[in-house]
Write a protein that binds this ligand. Structure first.
Ligand code: APR
Length: 295
């Protein structure tokens, strides 16, 4: 099993490190900055005797290195700077993502692609359209992260909550849609925790001053990679292509799915309240608006 990780920055390198630590698959790390992927790959490879991993890792500036990869993770792009919204990144990252998609189509035509670059839902759509891949094989990483942030915020408020009771659906942006299926959470705690989760990315960016979150994002990608490689058929929220589900079509947006060896095995349609339906619709509208700026 070979995983290509495009972009050897904070998220990409951390995903590579997690994969090698867990002996999950071989990795090729690619970055346009000369020496960056090579240097980080050498450093990560030296961890193997310590953690007893036999997985291989190489770094390169040359896209030919991704040839034959089973899964490609795209983290290439610019990260948010303080005060910058995910949409501000739209123009710059679309150009990068189009170029990267052409290389993926050329060298890994049968791969599953996990998109991490923001604005996530739009970039996932762009990858699917540019590669022409089956939408079940182009998956955006957002819901795992946003749901984890939401659960973490609730636990911070002393709510003993299982990750299955709450979800974040909708866009990976300001219009994300919190879903509560636990009877123990008060309206007040729910809305405070949703707000915390919604603003978590920006809060981290503000503290860091330069760069954005990468520990939880890389853990979320790893969770998805494991579900695919081990054919776990696990349910999780991802950005997926809808073809009529939730009354939406021709859009990437966060919904629960089961993830297995072929990518998205099934999009799960949970029943939504009228309020949730409305919020989901608004979120879809916002993503569509961004998509229209890209095409
Ligand atoms: N091909 C390969 N690598 C590229 C390309 C390209 N065309 N363009 C940019 N890169 C590389 C950069 O050189 C950089 O090393 O992508 C890397 C991005 O790394 P960081 O700037 O550290 O960003 P990171 O924190 O990893 O976030 C990456 O994920 O969470 C999202 O919003 C975030 O869109 C951002 C992405």
């Amino acid at each position: 099993m070979k995983i290509a990780i495009i972009g050897a920055g904070n998220v990409g390198a951390m995903v590579a490190s997690r994969v090698i630590d867990a002996d999950l698959a071989d990795v090729v790390l690619v970055d346009i900055v000369p020496g960056m992927a090579k240097g980080k790959a050498l450093d990560i490879s030296d961890v193997r005797p310590i953690v007893n991993s036999s997985a291989n890792i190489i770094g390169t500036e040359n896209f030919e290195g991704i040839k034959g990869s089973d899964i490609v993770v795209i983290t290439a792009g610019l990260a948010r700077k303080p005060g910058m919204s995910r949409d501000d990144l739209l123009k710059k990252n679309s150009d990068i993502i189009k170029k990267v998609s052409v290389q993926i189509k050329k060298y890994c035509p049968s791969s599953i692609v996990i998109v991490v670059t923001n604005p996530l839902d739009v970039m996932s759509y762009l990858v699917m359209k540019t590669t022409g891949f089956d939408p079940k094989k182009v998956i955006g990483m957002a819901g795992v992260l946003d749901s984890a942030r939401f659960t973490n915020a609730l636990r911070g408020k002393n709510q003993d909550i299982g990750q299955d009771n709450v979800l974040m659906m909708g866009s990976h942006g300001d219009t994300m849609v919190p879903i509560n299926r636990s009877e123990n959470i008060s309206e007040k705690v729910f809305s405070e925790a949703s707000e915390l989760a919604r603003n978590r990315g920006a809060e981290i960016v503000k503290h860091l001053g330069a760069g954005s979150a990468y520990f939880a994002p890389s853990a979320s990608v790893f969770f998805m990679l494991k579900a695919i490689i081990k054919n776990e058929k696990k349910t999780m929220c991802v950005s997926a292509y809808l073809e009529g589900q939730y009354s939406e079509k021709d859009i990437y947006i966060g919904v629960p799915v089961t993830l297995a060896s072929q990518g998205i095995e099934k999009i799960i349609e949970i029943g939504l309240t009228e309020e949730e339906k409305q919020a989901f619709k608004e979120s879809a509208c916002q993503i569509r608006e961004s998509i229209s700026k890209t095409f």
